[in-house]
Design a protein around this ligand. Structure first.
Ligand code: OXD
Ligand code: MN
Length: 617
């Protein structure tokens, strides 16, 4: 349970140290509706204003009127442009600086007092040095700009598992995105007041001058704070998402005995009306949003799919030892290219109204356009130029939509449930041309932790850097785990002692290709067939073949009716090449060893077990 649950509302002293009294008569104020902010919040706002020197301070209330005002302001100053209001009502386009289109892992730091606590999986800087470096960039950074104070709640506003934060930002684009992505405004501020000072995450953000040379995304997990400057891109700037709900929250979760994970949450309802909830970790831009919103194929028309979340899950053990999940977010910041009525009809429909687009192209009649939209033609590209194929794609490969989750036709009513949903299966996956079968199940929890730790995937455009190279991405958390992976795996392993009702753990790979580069598995809605096997395994209704790497489906157990797929292809998808796997397991072993003494021996033992079995077989 959350430590502050049930506390009385803190009585606050009047705004005695309000910055208005400190001098600057240019500062125009808009008061929040409530005036019982924790001392530490008011004081921090004052300090930030002193450092960054904004022209005005605006406390966000999260209202629709505020959203509309900011949209108008951004239309007037060119930050946004309106899209075709008939076919895309209330949809807007933002074209970012071409140098600012993705997360920047090389400029992202975890600043713990001990370097080892951040681990080899993070860039580290000593907190004092990091503060000094980043504060120098923040000095005067908001001159002439409005400073927005954005209170938000990650998770349902009345959930004991939710956590609040306040982001201070000079970007109105950030404010409107935070309104769509989180429970933002008055209700969050009221919860912050109730919980008192010291309990919320302080996130400071400025777009600065957008120069990559003066861009830094700093995390101070021990102080529950974040400082991000020089980027307006979602994962770098919407601090509730990756920075708070994953990096800071994973650190807190370890201390408090829960998990903050890069996982979608989806409910699968069978024809008898029984629903299983699955939490699935896939690296960025590997189809989490599509899987979370899957539409059952015709062959499974009597199945239903419910979306709880598409990116992040916070998982807690309940009193009976079941793992329950909430989605801390309340909106989607999804990859646009590839979205069409076949790949993700729910998303395709949901982004036809009340959506913000970032870095897509446009048609001549001012509709948004992206590669593989399958309707319309591009007239302008994501840099606002006349479209010319020789300049590359019309939409940036990491162009995004932002929409509130309630726009989604498959949105689950349980997404607002304070105690979340019980998870039947945890699924890890990656983008692998070869090696990893379509699906397999781990032998038990501990082996499942090894399966998660061994995840590798081809890199995508969601991060600045080379695309398509295989890298280790344990639990799809490589860019997001706010502490040493060795300690993280120990934390995962510790759940085994705490419950005998843990979810079963699986691994999927939708991305196997043949020699000509053609995908072997149709993917998208047809993935339900694989989820069905997973659920049947959880229910103990289907047998499997035990191998060294885990349980594989028996041929015929994944339903392929109405699917144009040969037996040979299916067989290739659900079998393993032992020599390749021996190589993979030894690479995993080497990777684990790079964590040195902190690596839990139990994890290495799991790896050794698989190697031994592969060698014997
Ligand atoms: C995201 C990401 O934006 O993982 O969700 O990069
Ligand atoms: Mn993500």
């Amino acid at each position: 349970m959350h430590a502050a649950q049930g506390h009385e509302i803190a009585i606050m002293r009047p705004l005695g140290t309000d910055i208005r009294q400190q001098n600057d008569s240019r500062i125009a104020f808009r008061e929040p509706t409530m005036t019982t902010k924790p001392d530490s919040l008011q004081q921090w706002v004052n300090e930030v204003a002193e450092l960054t020197n904004p022209a005005a301070i605006h406390w966000c209330d999260g209202s629709d009127a505020e959203y509309e005002d900011l949209i108008k302001q951004m239309l007037a100053d060119g930050t946004l442009s309106e899209l075709n209001n008939e076919s895309y009502p209330n949809c807007y386009l933002h074209l970012s600086d071409p140098n600012d289109v993705a997360r920047v892992e090389h400029l992202t730091f975890v600043c713990t007092s001990e370097e080892d606590d951040a681990g080899p999986n993070n860039n580290w800087m000593a907190p004092a040095e990091a503060h000094a470096k980043v504060d120098a960039l923040f000095a005067g950074a908001m001159q002439g700009r409005t400073m927005y104070v954005i209170p938000y709640c990650m998770g349902p506003i009345d959930s004991p598992f939710s956590r609040c934060g306040v982001e201070i930002s000079d970007s109105p684009y950030v404010v409107v995105n935070m309104k769509l992505m989180t429970r933002m405004g008055t209700a969050a501020l009221a919860r912050i007041e109730r919980e008192g000072e010291g309990d919320f995450v302080k996130g400071l953000h400025s777009t600065g001058d957008l120069s990559p040379d003066r861009r830094m995304i700093m995390h101070f997990p021990e102080e529950l704070s974040i400082k991000s400057i020089g980027s307006g891109y979602g994962g770098n700037a919407l601090l509730g998402k990756k920075c708070h709900a994953l990096r800071i929250a994973s650190h807190q979760a370890r201390q408090e005995g829960w998990l903050a994970e890069h996982m979608l949450i989806v409910g699968i309802e069978n024809p008898d009306g029984e629903t299983h909830y699955i939490a699935c970790a896939l690296p960025s831009a590997c189809g989490k949003t599509n899987l979370a919103m899957l539409i059952p194929p015709d062959s499974h028309a009597d199945w239903k799919v419910w979306t709880l979340g598409d990116d992040i899950a916070w998982l807690h053990l309940d009193d009976e030892g079941r793992l329950r999940a909430i989605n801390p977010e309340s909106g989607y910041f999804g990859v646009v290219p590839g979205t069409n009525s076949k790949t993700n009809k729910n998303a395709f429909d949901m982004i036809t109204h009340d959506a913000i687009y970032t870095n897509v192209g446009r048609t001549s009649n001012n509709e948004p356009w992206w590669e593989d939209k399958q309707v319309g033609e591009p007239a302008y590209d994501w840099q606002g130029r006349d479209y010319d194929a020789s300049n590359g794609p019309a939409a940036h490969p990491n162009s995004r939509f932002t929409v509130a989750a309630c726009n989604n036709p498959s949105y689950s009513s349980l997404a607002e449930a304070p105690d979340g949903v019980p998870i039947s299966a945890i699924v890890f996956g990656g983008r692998r041309k070869e090696l990893a079968p379509l699906v397999y199940q781990s032998k038990d929890w501990k082996h499942g932790v090894l399966v998660g730790a061994g995840v590798a995937s081809e890199t995508t455009a969601a991060n600045v850097g080379e695309v398509g190279v295989v890298r280790r991405d344990p639990m799809a958390m490589k860019p997001f785990c706010g502490y040493n992976f060795a300690d993280y795996w120990a934390h995962w392993l510790s759940f085994d002692e705490r419950s005998d009702k843990l979810p079963k753990i699986f691994h999927i790979n939708w991305f196997r290709q043949d020699k000509q580069g053609k995908f072997l598995w149709p993917g998208f809605g047809e993935n339900l067939r694989v989820l069905r096997w997973i659920i049947e395994r959880c229910e103990g209704r289907v047998d499997a073949i035990e191998t060294a790497i885990g349980y594989l489906p028996k041929s015929g157990d994944i339903d392929t009716t109405q699917l144009d797929i040969s037996d040979a292809t299916m067989q290739a998808l659900i079998s393993i090449d032992k020599a390749q796997w021996l190589e993979e397991m030894s690479a995993i072993g080497e990777y684990l060893d790079s964590y040195g003494d902190r690596l839990p021996a139990a994890l290495k033992a799991e790896q050794q077990k698989v190697v031994d079995q592969l060698s014997q077989a």
